[in-house]
Every structure is written in structure tokens, then in C-alpha cells.
Ligand binder design. Structure first.
Ligand code: TRP
Length: 336
């Protein structure tokens, strides 16, 4: 039996930070040899909120380079840019027409973002989960690594696939595969450095709230020095009164590759003055190899372009087949 297929993507908006790393890319890297992976830069998703056209191409390039710098191996993983495979847009249209409007209006993320964006809300923001559905179904993915905030979108993906199969496929010959979420327990949630109860986020206006993968050692030192703590001596995990303490210990645990018990024992008597330099040092050392690899990749611009060209070809071969099957099931007059 062949390997199961994993599909996932990250949007190329803003800097990639530790939340993206420990919540997504780092987990893809860890599990990659067990699966056949299709990992893309979600640049069609990046324009669902107002975006800067002078940055889209370079953000896309940077994110693809970071996929490689973080350790994705082309032997196991196909890396490509979403907009380079036009089947994503095309399947979205076809699935739009079989998706009930109220399914999209019920999406929690839509409701939250729509409130924030006010009058700027585009049809694209509402439709984003159908685009995500198309991303997944085109590759007949078995597993989709997702965080908590994307679980509802994966449920929707399954609902749309089931509805399509029910309406247009023969009962014993489904056209679209229903994917399962891939939830890894070691994928920890990384919280904001300014508020331990909120997620580390690209959209937080303060860059001091996050550590980006490409931050310099000086920036990392400065951010950790300035981050929010509390006046209590002795550091502990899981104290609901001390969300910042839990978050910073978690970061240390993840970077040092130690167990929770080890870290709890090591830090139980420490004050912040002792812990912060330790966290700085560990963070800087852990990011250094990623940053060096990123430099090497981006110095050779032709290299990444050739990776993305190969990725596009491999992705297209699968995606175009699914698209053709969907069109046939819908009854389209197909070109000869
Ligand atoms: N919506 C995801 C996010 O914001 C990114 C994404 C787009 C994705 N398409 C996907 C993730 C398909 C998994 C599968 O994080």
C-alpha cells in the first residue's frame, strides 16, 4: 500500500513566526517521511483581506524558501505555489455552486473577521473556506494537519465532498475523498509575548508580540527582554493565573527539545533574570541553522524557482485529473 497523502499550506502574509513554526511547518517536517506531502504557499488566500501588491511576490518567495530552510525534504514533499496551479481557482467556482450559502455564513472565522474588517468584507472572505476545500479535495488528501482554528473548515470540506459525491457520483464510485484532520499532540500553541492568553499572530500590530523565524539575534534578545512576565519567583507550567509563564516555559521546552518534566524541574526555582537569558540563548541557537539555510537558498535564486517549477508540474498532474473527474461528473461537455 502506498503512503497516505498529506496536504497543507500557509498564507504568505507578514513574517513567519514561532506560532507558524510549532503549529504548522515544524510538524510537517517531523512527520514528512511517513507521508506523501503536498505543501503549498496559499497566495490565493492571501488576498481575502486587503493586501499590498508590491509585497505579494516577495512574501511568496520568502515563505517557499522558509519551507525548505525549516527542513522540508523534496524526496517526501512537493512544494508549490497555489496560484501556479489554476485548478484551485477553477474547482472553487464549481464547488461554490453546490455549497449552500448558510454553510459559509456559519463559519466562526468568517464571523470574527467580518466584524473586524467592517465594510471592507469581500466575497472572497466569505468564500475562503470553499477555496480551502478545493485545495484539499484536488489532491484527494487523506490527512490535513490543521490547528484548532481551522477544524471547522475541515468539517466543511468533508460536508462539501459528501454533498458532491451524493449529488453527482455513483454510490460506489465517489469522485472526492473525505479527508481526516491530522492532529499531533506535540504541536503546542504558542502565545503572544505581550499577552499570554492570545495566540501569537501575524496580524498583531506590534512586532514585539512575536518572534519571527528570520529575526536577528539582537531582535530576539530585545523581544524576550521586553516580553510580559509576572512578579512571582519560581516558574511553573499550567498555572491559569500565569499564562505568560506557561508560554515562555513552553517555548523553552520546544526549542531545547526537553520534556515538560525536565523543564519544570530545571526552572522551578528560577527568577526571570535567570530564565530570560537562557531562553534567549536557546532560541537564537535553535533558529540559527534555519536562518543559515535560508540565506544559502535565497542566494541562489534560480534554485528555488526550479523547485517551484517541479512542484507545480507534480501538483498539476494530480489536480488536473481531479478537476477533469469533477467536470465529467457535473456533466460538462469536455474538450477532445
Ligand atoms: N486557511 C489556512 C490558514 O489560514 C491555510 C490553508 C489554505 C490551508 N488552504 C489550506 C491549510 C488547505 C490546510 C489545507 O492557516
Amino acid at each position: 500500500m502506498g503512503k497516505q497523502r498529506v496536504l497543507s499550506g500557509v498564507q504568505p502574509t507578514g513574517n513567519l513566526h514561532l506560532g507558524n513554526y510549532f503549529g504548522a511547518i515544524g510538524n510537517w517536517v517531523k512527520g514528512q517521511s511517513e507521508y506523501e506531502n503536498y505543501l503549498f504557499v496559499a497566495d490565493l488566500h492571501a488576498i481575502t483581506a486587503p493586501h499590498d501588491p508590491t509585497k505579494l511576490a516577495s512574501d511568496t518567495y520568502t515563505l517557499a524558501a522558509l519551507y525548505l530552510a525549516c527542513g522540508l525534504d523534496l524526496q517526501h514533499s512537493t512544494i508549490f505555489v497555489q496560484s501556479h496551479v489554476s485548478a484551485h481557482s477553477e474547482l472553487t467556482w464549481l464547488l461554490n455552486c453546490i455549497t449552500p450559502l448558510n454553510w459559509l455564513e456559519d463559519m466562526i472565522q468568517f464571523k470574527e473577521k467580518a466584524v473586524k474588517q467592517g465594510e471592507n468584507v469581500s466575497v472572497g472572505l466569505l468564500d475562503y473556506p470553499v477555496l480551502m476545500t478545493s485545495d484539499i479535495l484536488l489532491y484527494q488528501a487523506d490527512k490535513v494537519p490543521v490547528g484548532e482554528d481551522q477544524k471547522q473548515h475541515l468539517e466543511l470540506t468533508r460536508d462539501i465532498a459528501a454533498r458532491f459525491n451524493h449529488l453527482f457520483a455513483k454510490p460506489d464510485q465517489p469522485v472526492l475523498k473525505l479527508p481526516d484532520p491530522l492532529i499531533r499532540k506535540e504541536g503546542a500553541r504558542v502565545m503572544s509575548l505581550a499577552d499570554g492568553t492570545r495566540k501569537m499572530s501575524k496580524s498583531d500590530p506590534s512586532d514585539l508580540s512575536r518572534i519571527n523565524l528570520l529575526d536577528s539575534p539582537e531582535q530576539i534578545q530585545y523581544k524576550i527582554k521586553r516580553c510580559k512576565t509576572d512578579p512571582i519567583r519560581g516558574l511553573t507550567f499550567d498555572d491559569p493565573e500565569r499564562p505568560e509563564c506557561n508560554n515562555l516555559l513552553t517555548l523553552y521546552m520546544l526549542f531545547a527539545g526537553k520534556s515538560k518534566e525536565e523543564v519544570a524541574a530545571e526552572c522551578q526555582d528560577m527568577g526571570w533574570g535567570q530564565f530570560k537569558p537562557l531562553l534567549m540563548e536557546t532560541t537564537i541557537a535553535a533558529l540559527q541553522p534555519i536562518q543559515e539555510k535560508y540565506q544559502a537558498i535565497t542566494e541562489d535564486k534560480g534554485y528555488l524557482d526550479s523547485v517551484l517549477r517541479d512542484g507545480r508540474e507534480k501538483a498539476q498532474a494530480i489536480a488536473n485529473q481531479t478537476l477533469a473527474d469533477v467536470k465529467a461528473a457535473l456533466g460538462y461537455y469536455l474538450p477532445v
